[in-house]
Ligand binder design. Sequence first.
Ligand code: NAD
Length: 456
Amino acid sequence: MTHTEELVSINPATLEEVGRTPVTTPDELDSRIEDAHTAFSTWRTDRTYRQGLLASCSYELMRKIPEIVPLLSMEQGKTAEDAGGEVWISAKCLAHNAQVEWDDVTAAPEAAGRTARIEHRPLGVVAAIVPWNFPIFLMMAKIAPALAAGNTVVVKPAESVSLVVGKVVEILQSVLPKGVLDIVHGGPDIGRALVEHRRIRKVSFTGSTGVGRQIMRQAADTVTPVTLELGGNDPAIVLGDADIDYAAAFLAKSAFFNSGQMCIAPKRAYVPADQVDRFCEAFATAMDTLPVGYGLAPGTKIGPLHNKAQIDFVQGLLDKAVAGGGTVVKGGGRGTDLPGYFLEPTLIRDVDDTADIVALEQFGPVFPVVAYTDVEDVLATLDEQDYGLGASVWGSVENAEKIADRIDAGQVWINQHNALEVELPFGGVKSSGFGREGGTAGVHDFLDTRVVSIKN
Ligand code: NAD
């Protein structure tokens, strides 16, 4: 078969080509899904066997970290340190899911005239559709629990990170039986064809809220269940009794991790008006420890943004905020002479909730500080916002707990942010999605319930 279409991966730091990946043809898509369907009948039968292979996958991935890191950094833009961390937590995710236990059968309440049991069974072929910001971990957060539960999986990565995701899938395929895990490459058309395929029994999607809505509509025709891990605009609420220096330093590191391209990054801080000066000073000091540069160059802490659309969007929000009266405390430049999509970490103040930089998911290295005088106003604003992924509260645990209790989000952190653990369930509410990944909830997300009732 000859391929006419190719995906071209571009290094976002140098704008040089990293390599090419053929787009999957409709026939190839069909045959990969059919293989996954065939493999399901055996893969579903033996949990201990699956757990052993998932543990081997984890080991194999860990062993290959040095091979994966340069490609992940060149294709995605992140630093070598962060790329290593991403592959490491992906291997940990596999190891965790290799150990999750659940009851295949649970007892039904007794009733006269029948004996019944409740079974918890895998669904079949799962479609996993993933974005570019953490291409390996976000894929693993789906495939590890889906495979552990006894499903088979076909993955579609974001088109700009096809090389590295393809490499990791190949590593896992070297351990797994044929058809248990496969990959298709292409843009939204391939994603749509995968979602709408009649063999797909579940779609697990991570990406933007806009595409999440489309996926839900696309899955409607075949009545296929979906899990949606979507966008976020996480607030950090700093209370009057917070340790301001600690909060500012922690938030600076969290906000700019992966150049701010993280769904659960803190995307704005609400700070008591009389503490804003001190907070900004401590935050700006912490920014000194975040040099910008080429991801593979020693010492780099902040790489480029991933693509042109992303940097144009974030730069546009920053320019608009400044035109509307915002003050850049630090940053705002490119931070390097490299030709890629660079924007250095930027702290901005004198903005409020009406500014787009605050109200929208900016997904970049710009951090706005909003002054408040009454925390009730902050809570009222949060109640109105569409997103509900994460939030953090900073202060004495007693006071922070009271505020946290009133926040509608999938996860609320106290005196920390971005704290992701594969052992805990993760997900959003409202426009940030539904369904959970991680913990044991992640496996249950890929199980169905069946009742067998026998007449006595
Ligand atoms: P995106 O929504 O543009 O794309 C995600 C994936 O969907 C890609 O693989 C893309 O090719 C595919 N796709 C696009 N249209 C499709 C369609 N109609 N049918 C099927 N597939 C389709 O997201 P992105 O720009 O790659 O990633 C950034 C977004 O992801 C941000 O909004 C971020 O908040 C979100 N995100 C959420 C989480 C979470 O866990 N909640 C984690 C990371 C990123």
